[in-house]
Design a protein around this ligand. Structure first.
Ligand SMILES: [Mg+2]
Length: 120
């Protein structure tokens, strides 16, 4: 049987990581990371990731910086930004930098599932 598609989640808030896990874990293999270092480390180790769901506001390195690095190293890997409503301007900046789209927190599970379905 084919393995389920793999999604890499990067968010510093445990509650968000857990919420995404509840929504997605029935259909996808998930890798949960809490900062940019972990995220880039997992990307370097796993070749089968089909989608990255990325927070913007995180300590040390913010999501835009991680997005730039992902787009440099893995140009075809889709990255969707998941961010607070106060960061919508930053989210549109993220799209300019190559993000495939963005989802505004608080999100509904249907939005997350539809986005995952579109990309992997
Ligand atoms: Mg955050």
């Amino acid at each position: 049987m084919k393995n389920p598609p793999k999604i890499l989640i990067c968010d510093d808030e445990e509650g968000i990581r857990e919420a995404l896990k509840l929504i997605l874990s029935d259909h996808y293999d998930l890798i949960l990371t809490k900062d940019g270092d972990q995220c880039l480390d997992c990307l370097a180790k796993s070749k089968e990731i089909g989608l990255v769901l990325m927070d913007i506001k995180m300590p040390r390195v913010n999501g835009l910086e991680i997005l730039k690095q992902i787009k440099t190293n893995y140009p075809s890997l889709p990255v969707v930004i998941v961010t607070g409503y106060k960061s919508v301007e930053t989210a549109t900046e993220a799209v300019r930098l190559g993000a495939s789209g963005y989802i505004v927190k608080p999100f509904r599970s249907e939005e997350i599932l539809a986005t995952a379905g579109r990309h992997c």
